[in-house]
Design a binder for this molecule. Structure first.
Ligand code: ATP
Ligand code: MG
Length: 879
């Protein structure tokens, strides 16, 4: 059975049990301070479990893109070394939100595996939560009974809290779980050791394929458990492992999910898979990592030097180095896997095919840049190993690892990996010390302590009225205390709110809550998953009161201008540059708008002006905003609405249109009632921020006016400086050409002055015993002239020894030039002599044996220099 069919059967099976299929959410997580990447199918449903949001369907099924390379789930070190952990994998899941529970979840899982996929029953084992004293929890006998009605007791294990109790994080929904494991060993091995003994023992052929989580508790901040009002089912099955079990392979990489990629790498490297453990690991790492890298870039996260971007960079560099060391790839090669990736995922994850060229470009540039330092870094590591073999130490100093990180771009885990391959380890503590020392940037803002919610009013519907109103009558539903680098603050959730929560690039609203004489400032509004939280620095005296909630109008107005202008800009860019332009990020606040987009070349001045003109024309057309709420997503897409990759959309979306033939976008932000309100649009800069990504910054309304007025008054000042000429451009042109003429004249003057000077100096040469001596002070215009004339004198006079002194720009300067033949025959050295002479002018200098110069501070010393020179060189007179 092919992988694609296996995935489809899963979806069909749960559809037949009345589940709604929902698409995968992006692999890059936004609006969640606790998570960078989606690491389980349940992430996108977190709000349903927390009770912050109500699901539209209470049974759903999906295939979720997951990444486990950081935080609570980090499988990176296993990947490639073993054959069943991936960085990025698909998690198939079925879900019940307060609907069915353990019985159905268990029976359906068994049915699907054994009846639909026909996996042999005698190879399957299941585990059940065995209880935990600390939490005061008993064994999960309920799950045990359901299992036992279909599976014999000798295939059921009771497991520990570690394996069989699932928790979302430090706090939040949790509950016991049941895992399904499969024994894929051959019969001979199975007869020797029963599979029962190998479950959860890291045996590469006895692996977990499915985890059924029964969420029934909420873990509070004090560690205690509270029964959830509604119980849920959350299951997760690794697609790649399932395919392996059904296709009866001993490795995930032997299934048709990966084998076309392995074949391509075999072809490109000229090496065979399955011959040598090291090349095998390298091939597995590469075909695994390219998926993680590509999916993350497709969802909007570019490689960079911090946070999520650095995670991607690390994975990419790891793959490059494996290819370089073990497969002999000296040039970028990862990006060449993209066409195959696009082809393989075309049906389920179209975002790869849609952005294939862009992803390839980003990957290729990253590879090329790392390959430039990789070789030197590896040599450095070899050298360190050599040095260490002398001392016998096996622990590499963290300072060295830090240098590799800092200078050669080796992520710490890459250096540790290479070290391990050679039997060394890294002193990570001293690495961290170095890292801390260097870190000037502030500590990650994500570090936040949060208290439990205190419920004030039992109302779980939250209404956002900010599209239509700037104030509302609001009640606090709940509040909690938080502590982060900004100090102690509170978060409030309101039943009705006019405050827009930061998202889609638009900043959160500020404003206040008022009750009688009491006013509470709202400092910011953010989303936590789908919940709107208001940040305030103090709590009201009585939180149960009704408040007037009001948005800061000025800030909102300017922000809205910039947001609508961003839409016009996006559409204008597509018109001028082409339909390949994809939004890659945006920021909209009250001061400016910033728009990042995919485009491979720097925009020309003409293109920038064209874009600006289109936007301004659309502003003058005063196009009324067409805002449609709750449009079914399919209908919106049919209208040609621009949806962004990496953005999470519900079944119903909001569509913002400014002229249906110009700008139609899916957007939750706030906009101007008609484009004319924006007034004016002005691009401030266009630049590159990463491979294939350009950034435009622009301003609107008063800010645009200020910018233009600022430029105009600068022009006026210049005009006044030039005494208000009729034609400013012409008079600046003539000023410039006049200046060039004058410069030429001065140069000519210097030249003739110099030749006069030289003539004069030649007259002062005295010949003693066939040596021509010259000791003179003269008016050299600059140091260059001093040098130039010294050399000319030497060329025109045989056997010359000259010491020249001058005052140049108020400072003493001296030069010594000696004919090469005398340097040899008399053993003279201008460099040595000048150091001695320079003492007289409180200075220093140096040079070569035949020519040296020095500068100093004391002009009065110049005659002494010449006097001393005479005396020093006097010996020569006598010979
Ligand atoms: P394991 O112990 O094998 O690492 P897990 O306990 O971390 O698995 P869960 O968090 O329960 O796994 O995830 C549910 C399912 O997702 C697993 O049963 C497995 O099939 C799959 N899975 C988990 N981690 C990975 C991974 N790194 N690569 C591929 N599949 C995975
Ligand atoms: Mg795991």
């Amino acid at each position: 059975m092919k992988a694609k069919k296996i995935r489809n059967l899963f979806i069909e099976f749960f559809k037949s049990k009345n589940h709604q299929f929902v698409p995968s959410s992006p692999i890059v997580v936004k609006n969640d301070p606790t998570l960078m990447f989606t690491n389980a199918g349940m992430n996108q449903f977190k709000d349903f479990f927390l009770g912050n949001d109500v699901p539209k369907a209470n049974r759903v099924a999906n295939s979720q893109k997951c990444l486990r390379v950081s935080g609570k789930h980090n499988d990176l070190e296993e990947v490639g070394v073993d054959t069943y952990h991936h960085t990025m994998f698909e998690m198939l899941g079925n879900w019940s939100f307060g609907d069915y529970f353990k019985k159905e979840a268990i029976e359906w899982a068994w049915d699907l595996l054994t009846e639909v996929y026909k996996l042999p029953k005698d190879r399957l084992y299941v585990s059940v939560f065995g209880g935990d004293n600390g939490d005061g929890l008993d064994r999960d006998l309920e799950a045990f009974r359901f299992w036992n009605s279909i599976v014999p007791e000798d295939r059921i294990l009771f497991g520990s809290k570690k394996d069989n109790f699932w928790e979302m994080g430090e706090t939040g929904p949790c509950g016991p779980c049941s895992e399904i494991h499969i024994d894929l060993r051959n019969d001979e091995e199975r007869n020797q050791i029963p599979g029962f003994d190998l479950v959860n023992n890291d045996h590469p052929q006895v692996i977990e394929i499915w985890n059924l989580v029964f969420m029934q508790y909420n873990r509070l901040a004090d560690g205690s458990l509270k029964e959830l009002p509604a119980k849920h089912v959350d299951t997760g099955m690794g697609f790649e492992r399932l395919v392996r079990a059904i296709q009866n392979k001993s490795s995930n990489y032997d299934t048709d999910v990966f084998s076309p990629f392995i074949e391509l790498i075999e072809f490109k490297s000229g090496k065979k898979y399955g011959k040598d453990e090291k090349t095998d690991i390298a091939m597995r790492v590469i075909v695994d990592h390219i998926r993680a890298i590509s999916f993350t870039i497709a969802d909007g996260q570019l490689p960079s030097n911090n946070k999520a971007g650095y995670v991607i960079r690390r994975i990419l560099r790891r793959a490059v180095r494996y290819g370089y060391t073990f497969l002999g790839f000296q040039k970028p090669f990862l990006y060449e896997l993209l066409p195959l990736l696009a082809e393989n995922f075309g049906d389920i994850f179209p975002e790869i095919a849609a952005q294939q060229d862009f992803i390839a470009k980003v990957v290729m540039e990253e590879e090329a840049s790392f390959l430039r330092t990789l070789d030197n870094g590896l040599k450095k590591l070899d050298q360190i190993k050599d040095e260490m073999s002398q001392t016998g130490s096996k622990v590499i100093d963290g300072k060295v690892a830090f240098e590799l990180y800092d200078t050669y771009g080796f992520p710490l885990d890459l250096t540790s990996l290479i070290a391990r391959e050679n039997g060394y380890s890294i002193d990570e503590v001293s690495f961290k010390v170095e890292m801390e020392k260097q870190k000037t940037r502030s500590r990650a803002a994500a570090e936040q302590e949060t208290g439990d919610w205190n419920v004030v009013n039992n109302d779980d519907s939250v209404v956002f009225v900010g599209y239509d109103f700037l104030d509302s009558e609001s009640r606090i539903i709940k509040y909690r205390q938080i502590r982060d680098k900004k100090g102690d603050r509170f978060q409030l959730v309101l039943d009705r709110t006019p405050f827009y929560a930061e998202s889609g690039g638009q900043v959160g609203d500020q404003g206040f809550l008022q009750n009688g004489a009491e006013t509470i400032q709202v400092l910011d509004t953010k989303k936590e998953n789908d919940l709107t939280v208001h940040f305030v620095d103090k709590l009201p005296n009585d939180p149960s009161k009704v408040f007037l909630a009001r948005v800061n109008v000025e800030k909102r107005k300017s922000t809205v201008n910039n947001h609508s202008a961003t839409h016009l800009l996006h559409a204008a860019l597509k018109e001028v540059l082409g339909s390949h332009v994809q939004q890659k990020g945006s920021l909209v606040n009250e001061e400016l708008l910033r728009f990042d987009f995919s485009h491979f070349a720097k925009m020309t001045d003409e293109e920038i002006i064209k874009v600006e003109n289109i936007v301004n024309a659309k502003i003058r057309e005063n196009i009324p905003l067409e805002e449609q709420r709750n449009v079914p997503i399919e209908e919106a897409k049919k209208k040609g609405a621009t949806a962004l990759f990496g953005e999470k959309y519900g079944d119903f979306v909001r569509v913002i249109t400014f002229d249906k033939n110009f700008s139609v976008e899916l957007c939750g932000g706030v906009h101007v009632p008609s484009s004319g309100v924006i007034g004016q649009f002005k691009i401030v800069s266009e630049s590159s921020i990463a491979a294939g990504v350009r950034r435009i910054e622009a301003v609107t309304a008063e800010s645009a006016e200020q910018l233009v007025n600022g430029q105009l008054s600068l022009l006026k000042e210049i005009q006044e400086m030039l005494k208000n000429p009729k034609d400013l451009k012409k008079s600046i042109e003539s000023l410039v050409s006049e200046r060039n003429e004058l410069r030429k004249e001065i140069e000519a003057l210097h030249l003739s002055q110099a030749s006069l000077l030289k003539e004069d100096l030649l007259k002062q040469v005295e010949n003693v015993n066939e040596i021509n001596f010259l000791f003179a002070q003269a008016n050299f215009p600059n140091v260059d002239a001093l040098k130039k004339i010294s050399f000319e004198l030497k060329n025109e006079t045989e056997n010359l020894v000259a010491v020249l002194a001058a005052e140049i720009d108020g400072k003493p300067q001296i030069a010594i030039i000696i004919d090469e033949s005398l340097v040899k025959s008399k053993g003279l050295n201008a460099g040595t002599i000048i150091r001695d002479l320079a003492k007289e002018i409180q200075g220093g200098g140096g040079g070569q044996p035949f020519f040296a110069t020095a500068g100093g501070k004391d002009i009065a010393g110049l005659p002494k220099v010449l006097e001393k020179a005479r005396l020093m060189l006097k010996g020569l007179y006598c010979k």
